[in-house]
Design a protein around this ligand. Structure first.
Ligand code: NAD
Ligand code: MG
Length: 291
């Protein structure tokens, strides 16, 4: 048993600007994705998962956990994140599972359709879609928020989810699960995230609607809504850099979450253990609960 306040690093942290999309390997302290700590118990034996944003942060924690639970994994990430992705491929293979890397941006429909089809072919089927990729860039004023940024955030966070689900649903057998990634920002938007917060609200509504639509196919759809997590998204422009030193300090638990702390929820929602759970949004927020 461990005190949740002191289990992981607490603020203050050092400022550490990185160009977007950022690398986990450049962060200090290093995020904990479960590399040393996550222990599986074969809850996803024989399952076939496509995970986006699987190189770093929450997606890496999900990839490690799914592999240690017995799933084979296709990893999607951006080409400039190859160094992070290689570490995840190694960890999955060390867990005795298949890891297939499929780098590429997901802001075009054709790329999303191709990814699903190639993942289905490479894995010999597909039954878990864990959509974790996301784009977040803080901007102080609506006057400086460009249409190009607004578009990129919506294309990455909302359109790719639509395109990936659209391509996957016809391929998913009954018992399959889709897990989307929303945010506390869907409910408590920050003034600097005028484009990002609404994408996370859209993910909530899409998740609930799709869950009702595909229940008749035996497919479940849920979303995880994290609070502040220690991942490359934040120091690479997700927050104004001056907010990094005290990131997470305002939470009841007094620190940001570490990516591994989301893994048990993504595992639960992927596994048959959650067979009666669909259309739900799960908060993992450090004490700042969803409404
Ligand atoms: P992260 O930077 O480690 O992961 C985000 C990933 O998104 C990147 O690794 C990248 O591979 C992928 N990505 C970004 N743009 C892409 C594109 N155009 N095409 C394909 N992939 C792209 O950060 P994270 O915090 O682990 O983010 C994972 C998810 O969690 C995101 O959806 C994010 O919005 C959400 N989230 C994060 C926090 C937080 O505080 N870190 C809080 C709530 C929600
Ligand atoms: Mg990354």
């Amino acid at each position: 048993m461990q005190d949740p306040r002191t289990k992981y690093p607490q603020p203050p942290f050092g400022e550490q600007p990185q160009p977007v999309p950022g690398l986990a390997r450049e962060m200090s302290p290093k995020p904990d994705h479960g590399e040393k700590s996550y222990r599986g118990s074969r809850r996803l034996e024989g399952r076939k998962a496509l995970i986006t944003g699987a190189d770093s942060g929450i997606g890496r924690a999900v990839a490690i956990a799914y592999a240690r639970e017995g799933a084979d994994v296709v990893l999607s990430y951006l080409p400039e994140e190859e160094a992070d992705a290689r570490e995840v491929v190694d960890l999955i293979e060390k867990a005795g599972q298949r890891a297939i890397a499929m780098p590429g941006s997901l802001t075009e429909e054709s790329a999303c359709t191709r990814l699903v089809q190639e993942a289905h072919k490479a894995l010999g089927g597909l039954d878990i879609l864990a959509l974790v990729a996301g784009h977040q860039q803080a901007c102080e004023s609506i006057e400086d928020l460009t249409t190009a940024q607004f578009d990129e955030t919506f294309k990455t966070n909302v359109y790719s989810m639509f395109w990936l689900c659209k391509a996957a649903v016809p391929l998913l057998p009954p018992g399959s699960t889709i897990i989307n990634t929303s945010s506390i920002q869907a409910y408590q938007p920050s003034p600097t995230l005028l484009d990002y917060a609404p994408t996370k609200a859209a993910i909530v509504a899409f998740t609930k609607a799709l869950a009702k639509q595909v229940a008749e196919k035996g497919i479940r759809v849920n979303a995880v809504a994290p609070g502040p997590f220690w991942t490359p998204l934040q120091p690479s422009g997700g927050q104004p850099q001056e907010k990094i030193p005290n990131f997470g300090s305002q939470l009841p638990l007094g620190r940001p979450g570490q990516p591994v702390e989301t893994a048990p929820v993504y595992v639960l929602l992927a596994s048959d253990d959650s067979s009666f759970i669909t259309g739900e949004i799960y908060g993992v927020t450090g004490g700042n609960p969803l409404p």
